[in-house]
Design a protein around this ligand. Structure first.
Ligand SMILES: Nc1ncnc2c1ncn2[C@@H]1O[C@H](COP(=O)(O)OP(=O)(O)OP(=O)(O)O)[C@@H](O)[C@H]1O
Ligand SMILES: [Mg+2]
Length: 239
């Protein structure tokens, strides 16, 4: 990886390999994402998509290779150093939403501000909840929300600090068609209006077709995939 070139990118993954539980998931995966670009990662269940996203998020370390945020290598950093950087650089939407159960929807969205030592921007947080269609449940706790509602609050939380990089693991996975479309537009708007870079893992061909690039994790490699081929392989009505 050319270090100078890496400095111009929001996210760079260079020659990354990972084996888990004795099973080789992927080898020598490389990609770069510039400001405002969006990438869909598709692939069969168990192919390693979430694992790759966790490496991009600095939640796990690759066996070989390096991950760069804004041109800075992260793998040599301590867990705490990465956590501090991640707060500013990465908005994360997990496959399991990981909302704080004792906090309301609004408090969950405001949490990144508190973790960053800032006063929460209440207006921004309510606006984000409105964008994902959850403002009416701002005062509700996760235990009284459906999976899709929790997912939408988690997306609002990921965007709260306006991070340069959004990593979203199947963010439309639990949503009906209208809400999937709404969430997708919120994420894509973050790319177009705020210059965020977005990596979205998805099983949805329709969602993937809205992003700038599509890569498929198959046979231990991340390869370009033709959106038409991918759509043809999926039920047309699945979002
Ligand atoms: N901590 C772990 N130890 C051992 N094996 C693991 C661990 N985490 C994941 N795996 C295995 O690694 C493989 C890839 O898991 P991963 O969650 O990345 O897949 P995925 O592509 O995201 O699948 P899905 O589409 O079902 O979410 C799976 O076979 C999984 O069982
Ligand atoms: Mg997964």
């Amino acid at each position: 990886m050319n270090q100078v070139h890496a400095y111009t990118t929001t996210l760079a993954v260079a020659g990354v390999s990972k084996t888990l539980g004795g099973v080789k998931l992927f080898t020598e995966v490389s990609l770069e994402l510039q400001q405002g670009q969006s990438l869909a990662v598709i692939g069969e269940s168990g192919s390693g998509k979430s694992t790759l996203l966790h490496l991009m998020a600095g939640l796990d370390k690759p066996d070989t290779g390096e991950v760069y945020w804004a041109g800075k290598a992260i793998n040599h950093l301590s867990t705490n150093e990465i956590a501090v950087k991640r707060l500013r650089h990465v908005g994360l939407v997990f496959q399991a939403y990981y909302l704080m159960p004792h906090l309301t929807a609004q408090q969950n969205v405001e949490l990144p501000f508190l973790l960053a030592g800032q006063q929460p921007d209440h207006a921004r947080c309510i606006q984000l909840l409105e964008q994902v269609g959850m403002a009416h449940k701002a005062g509700s706790h996760p235990r009284v929300m459906s999976g899709g509602e929790q997912q939408r609050v988690a997306i609002a939380r990921a965007l709260a600090l306006n991070p340069p990089l959004i990593l979203a693991d199947e963010p439309t996975g639990n949503l009906d068609e209208d809400n999937a479309e709404r969430v997708l537009q919120v994420l894509l708007q973050a790319c177009s209006s705020q210059g965020c870079a977005l990596v979205m893992v998805t099983h949805s061909a329709k969602a993937a077709s809205h992003l700038d690039q599509r890569l498929s994790l198959a046979d231990h490699q991340l390869v370009k995939t033709n959106p038409v081929d991918h759509l043809a392989a999926q039920p047309a009505n699945k979002v």
